[in-house]
Design a protein around this ligand. Structure first.
Ligand code: SF4
Ligand code: SF4
Length: 358
């Protein structure tokens, strides 16, 4: 079977980070990490990625700006025709660094706002001053004409503030808003008690659906695969179809793209379906940085693309081609990454049929 096109790759260029956010997937710290790529290895990796087409490359971390050679890496990728974007934590963003990011071809940065005000955001980020820093970073990016999106990790601590957070993002000049649903891995494991439950999850997805209708910027729920089920349920109930003509990208994308259009590469070169499922599809160094080989042949990626192999509700669901459930949440809750998404209230029709039969 032909491999899907790689559209997006998140590359953890370093795990080092000055912050200690509660939900951190990487449990990053300010210490130096062993085994990270040299500059030469980074450039070789980008050469191999450019052979895959022109995916969007998200330089992430840790704090990607903690690497001294980050501008060289970004410039090199830009020169190869890759679409380079970055996910910094914001503390190193100032007039000088924004200009350097722009000069290296960075097309967009993402900034995380997890609380609607100083008290709430600083508590989440476990750092007094985090709110002022991210607001300052957003203002600096806007003043210099560098596009930015705002991300929020949704938990029990902030889901009632989402309306205020998205309004703040619009006021700051963000081009897009991305609510992420918490995946309890890394330091986020300790946040399991702050996870919203399946019914609250459904409420958040419904809020996203309603709010998107009149928001002046794009809103893209991320790692919330069953949003694409809910979108269709709502539109079909109103007698409308979901098509690229009526719903743009939302009609064309799939809920979880892990291993199917998206991949993650860790700071030591482990290739994964995403940063939240810590299962390796291969070590890029062992393959002499040949990403295509892992993308085309890894057993893990092949399993992700075979929806017939999914288990539980997701395995029989009539929405699995547009949703697929979160494989990382399935793994965190049951130890089976092909198991069912634990935070979905939907009862697939086939499930009912087989219950009746058997
Ligand atoms: S049962 Fe699984 S595939 Fe179906 S909508 Fe829920 S999460 Fe998605
Ligand atoms: S497995 Fe979950 S966390 Fe990973 S990309 Fe898919 S939806 Fe996102």
């Amino acid at each position: 079977m032909k491999s899907p096109v790689l559209r997006l790759i998140a590359w953890e260029v370093t795990r080092q980070c000055p912050l200690r956010c509660r939900h951190c997937r990487a449990s990053a710290t300010s210490e130096e990490y062993k085994g990270e790529f040299s500059t030469e290895e980074c450039l070789k990796f980008l050469d191999n990625l450019s052979a895959m087409g022109n995916p969007i490359v998200i330089l992430t971390g840790g704090e990607p700006m903690a690497r001294e050679d980050i501008y060289e890496i970004a410039s090199y990728g830009t020169g190869l025709g890759l679409r380079m974007v970055m996910a910094p934590c914001g503390v190193y963003i100032d007039d000088e660094t924004v200009e350097k990011l722009k000069a290296s071809g960075i097309q967009r940065i993402s900034l995380s706002i997890d609380g609607a005000d100083r008290e709430s955001h600083d508590a989440f980020r476990q750092w007094d001053g985090a709110y002022d820093a991210v607001v300052q970073a957003a203002c600096t990016a806007r003043e210099h004409g560098l596009e930015f999106q705002v991300n929020t990790t949704v938990t029990r601590l902030n889901y009632r503030e989402l309306d205020r957070i998205v309004n703040l993002a619009v006021d700051l000049g963000a081009v897009s808003y991305h609510p992420f649903l918490l995946v309890p891995t890394g330091r986020g494991k300790a946040m399991a008690e702050y996870e919203i439950d399946a019914a609250e999850y459904e409420d958040v997805l419904t809020w996203i659906y309603e709010k998107s209708k009149d928001l002046p910027i794009q809103m893209k729920p991320t790692c919330a695969p069953h949003y694409y089920r809910l979108l269709r349920q709502k539109e079909h109930a109103a007698g409308r179809k979901v098509t690229p003509g009526t719903h743009g990208l939302s009609a064309m994308t799939k809920g979880c793209l892990g291993g199917q259009g998206f991949a993650f590469v860790s700071h030591t070169g482990n290739v994964q379906i995403c940063g939240f499922l810590d299962t390796s599809a291969g070590d890029i160094r062992n393959e002499d940085f040949n990403f295509r080989k892992i993308w085309d042949t890894s057993n893990l990626f092949l399993k992700m693309r075979d929806l017939e192999g999914y288990r539980g509700k997701c395995g029989v669901c009539d929405y699995r081609t547009v949703c697929g459930g979160c494989r990382a949440r399935a793994f965190a809750s049951s130890g089976d990454y092909l198991g069912e998404e634990p935070y979905c209230v939907y009862e697939p029709r086939k499930m009912h049929d087989s219950t009746l039969i058997g």
